[in-house]
Design a protein around this ligand. Structure first.
Ligand code: TLP
Length: 346
C-alpha cells in the first residue's frame, strides 16, 4: 500500500540536497539583523520582486496579515475576492489582528475586475468605514490555481491610485503564475505596494514566506512581526532552504502544471467526475463527483481496500474536491491517482 498525496503543494519534504544546503548555512541572530543567510534571502527576494526591501516571515498567513496590518488602521475596510485566502483561511485575522472589515467581491474563480473594485469603494463620510486596501491573490487557490491577467492588475492599479488606496498581492503561488505565463515576478510585483510570496508551497521549502515593499513599509512590518512573536533567531538554517528552493525548484513548476493538466484531462473521461480541463492553468485541479460531497470523496479515495493504494485529496468547497501537483509526485503517481479515481467513480 502506498499513499499518493495530492492534498496540497505544502506537503513536500525537503530533499537530501536541500537538507545539506541547510546544514551548511551560516547563521547569526536575526533579531539583531545579523543572520547572513536570512539577509541574503531577503535581498534575493527583494531583487526578484523589484522592491526596496523584504522580510522573512514564518508563514504565508503571517506575511499577508503583516501587510494588511501595516497598510491599514482599525475601522478600515479592505476589498478582496469572496474566495480569497486572507478572508477564508487565515482564522479571521483581518478582524482579529488588524480590526479591519472585508468587502468581498464576486470574482470569477478568484479573478475580479477594476469595475467591481470601483463599485464598492466608499465615498468619504464620517459614518462610513474607510476603504483603504485592495488585495489580489495570484495564482488563486480557491479559484483552482487561476491566473490574474497583467492587464486587469494594471486596470485595478489605476483605480487604486484614483482613490489613493494601497494594493497588496498574496503571491503565495506567484511563482506558478510566472512560470505559466512567462511574465516575470518583477513585472507582476511592480503594480503592488506589498507582495507576499511563499517558499513552502510549490518551491518545496519546509518553512517560510517573504514579504516585500518599500523600505518604510518593511520597517513597519518588521516592528509588527516582532510584536506578533515572529522574530526568529538563527533562522538562516531555514532561510537557506528558501534560497535553495528558489535556485533549484522554480523553473520545474512547469512539470507540475503539465501533470495537473494531464490529470484533469484524464479524469474528465470518468463518468461521475465533472471537471473542465481548460480551467487548469497551473498546479491546482478542482473537480466534482456526481452526488457526493468533497468530504465524502476524500474519505472514499483515502481507503485503500478497493485499489490497494490510498489517494489523499482535500476539500476545496462543499462539492469541489481539490488536487494539487507538486515536487514530490511524479508521472507514475499521477497515473496511479487516475486509476484510483477510475476504480471508484467510473
Ligand atoms: N494555503 C494552504 C491552505 O491554507 C489552504 C493550501 O494548502 O493551499 N495564501 C495562499 C494563496 C495560500 O494558498 C496559503 C496556504 C497561504 C496564503 C498561507 O500560507 P501558510 O500556510 O504558510 O500560512
Amino acid at each position: 500500500m502506498r499513499a499518493i498525496d495530492l492534498r496540497s503543494d505544502t506537503v513536500t519534504k525537503p530533499s537530501k540536497e536541500m537538507r545539506e544546503f541547510m546544514m551548511s548555512a551560516e547563521v547569526g541572530d536575526d533579531v539583531f539583523g545579523e543572520d547572513p543567510t536570512v539577509n541574503k534571502l531577503q535581498e534575493k527576494v527583494a531583487e526578484l520582486l523589484g522592491k526596496e526591501a523584504a522580510l522573512y516571515v514564518p508563514s504565508g498567513t503571517m506575511g499577508n496579515q503583516l501587510c494588511i496590518k501595516a497598510h491599514t488602521q482599525p475601522w478600515d475596510e479592505l476589498i478582496c475576492d469572496k474566495d480569497a485566502h486572507i478572508y477564508n483561511y487565515e482564522s479571521g485575522s483581518i478582524a482579529g489582528l488588524s480590526h479591519v472589515q472585508v468587502v468581498p467581491v464576486n470574482g470569477n474563480r478568484g479573478i475580479f475586475t477594476a469595475e467591481q473594485v470601483e463599485e464598492v469603494i466608499r465615498p468619504e463620510a464620517y459614518y462610513l468605514p474607510k476603504t483603504r486596501l485592495v488585495c489580489v491573490e495570484n495564482t488563486h487557490n480557491r479559484g483552482g490555481g487561476s491566473v490574474f491577467s497583467l492587464e486587469e492588475i494594471k486596470r485595478i492599479r489605476n483605480v487604486v491610485d484614483k482613490y489613493n488606496l494601497k494594493f497588496h498581492l498574496d503571491g503565495a503561488r506567484l511563482w506558478n503564475a510566472s512560470i505559466a505565463t512567462g511574465i516575470s515576478l518583477k513585472e507582476y510585483a511592480q503594480y503592488f505596494d506589498s507582495v507576499s510570496v511563499c517558499l513552502s508551497k510549490g518551491l518545496g521549502a519546509p518553512v517560510g514566506s517573504v514579504i516585500a515593499g518599500s523600505k518604510d513599509f518593511i520597517k513597519l512590518a518588521h516592528r509588527y512581526r516582532k510584536a506578533w512573536g515572529g522574530g526568529m533567531r538563527q533562522a538562516g538554517i531555514l532561510a537557506a532552504a528558501g534560497i535553495y528552493a528558489i535556485e533549484n525548484n522554480f523553473k520545474r513548476l512547469a512539470d507540475d502544471h503539465r501533470r495537473a493538466k494531464y490529470f484533469a484531462k484524464e479524469i474528465s473521461k470518468i463518468s461521475r467526475i465533472k471537471v473542465n480541463p481548460d480551467e487548469v492553468e497551473t498546479n491546482i485541479i478542482l473537480f466534482e463527483v456526481d452526488g457526493l460531497t468533497a468530504t465524502e470523496v476524500c474519505q472514499i479515495v483515502k481507503d485503500p481496500s478497493k485499489t490497494g493504494n490510498s489517494l489523499l485529496l482535500s476539500v476545496g468547497k462543499k462539492y469541489l474536491v481539490r488536487a494539487v501537483t507538486h515536487l514530490d509526485v511524479n508521472d507514475d503517481d499521477i497515473e496511479d491517482a487516475i486509476k484510483i479515481l477510475k476504480a471508484h467513480f467510473n
